[in-house]
Design a protein around this ligand. Structure first.
Ligand code: ARG
Length: 271
């Protein structure tokens, strides 16, 4: 995670960002701190990258790369404003013992790539390119399923899909379910998701529109926006434990809980 000490909205690269609207950096830090504290309370280890002045979107660490088994595939950002974040994150990965793969293709890390079981779901249409999906497949040797995003409000895959069961049990992946917003995908994408995840939670447009899916799950506890009340009820029905954390200030930059979190999958000795 990255403390949003320099958070503000000074440019527009997604429909949520309105530089004319004032932002409250202290409030962003307080809300971010609540998420950080929630992870610790749930027993997670959280590592921090130092924020860099002039890179207000660095708080959205999900975009900084994609990591499996100690290999960090770096990010190559679509928009100039965020391009310097790519090398900053790669430096952090290197300094912390990850093998870094410098990307050839434009991609925004875990914002667009989600590990579900042993498959990587990969978004394209707004940020990461289809070529990056191929590169990703080569780097990790896993199946990559490309999905086209069609609604500019849901410009990253992690705004339209929540991975509910990220945990592998001793016998492999025991459950690998997702929640998603149908209308964020083209028809082909909708058909793929319906076929692969027949038990998925399909959230309402209202819950999607408050970034309800931009959440973090450990397979039981699911940290979500308090505004996503329908999704909260759906999660409870399925036996999950929703925990509500409000990141309203960070939504002004077009990000939520998942955007502020990059999963560091270290490898066999732990995660
Ligand atoms: N302002 C940032 C951008 O448009 C928000 C990134 C949100 N991150 C995410 N993983 N969806 O790039």
């Amino acid at each position: 995670m990255c403390r949003p000490e320099f958070f503000t909205v000074s440019y527009t690269i997604n429909p949520w960002m309105e530089p004319a609207n004032p932002t409250d950096t202290a409030k962003a830090v307080r809300q971010w701190q609540a998420l950080y504290d929630a992870y610790l309370a749930l027993g997670h280890e959280v590592e921090l990258i130092d924020p860099i002045e002039g890179l207000p979107d660095m708080v959205y660490t999900a975009n900084g790369g994609f990591l499996i088994d100690g290999i960090a595939y770096g990010a190559k950002f679509r928009f100039d404003e965020r391009v310097p974040e790519g090398p900053a994150f790669m430096e952090w990965f290197r300094d912390n013992g990850y093998d870094v793969v410098v990307p050839r293709e434009v991609n925004e890390g875990e914002g667009d790539f989600l590990l579900v079981g042993d498959t990587i779901l990969a978004g394209t249409g707004f940020r990461s390119t289809g070529d990056s999906h191929r590169e990703l497949g080569e780097v990790f040797g896993k199946e990559v399923v490309s999905l086209n995003l069609v609604d500019p409000r849901f410009y990253h895959l992690d705004t339209a899909i929540a991975v509910l069961d990220p945990v592998e049990g001793p016998g492999g992946v025991e459950r690998a379910n997702i929640a998603y917003l149908e209308h964020a995908f083209d028809e082909r994408g909708q058909a793929i998701l319906a076929e692969r995840y027949p038990d998925a939670i399909r959230v309402s447009d209202d819950d999607g529109a408050v970034f309800g899916l931009n959440s973090a799950s450990d397979g039981y506890n699911v940290i979500i926006s308090p505004r996503a009340t329908g999704f909260e009820a759906q999660l409870r029905e399925r036996g999950y434990n929703p925990i509500m954390i409000d990141l309203s200030e960070l939504l002004l930059g077009g990000g939520g809980i998942k955007c502020c979190t990059l999963e560091l999958r270290r490898g066999t000795e732990g995660s």
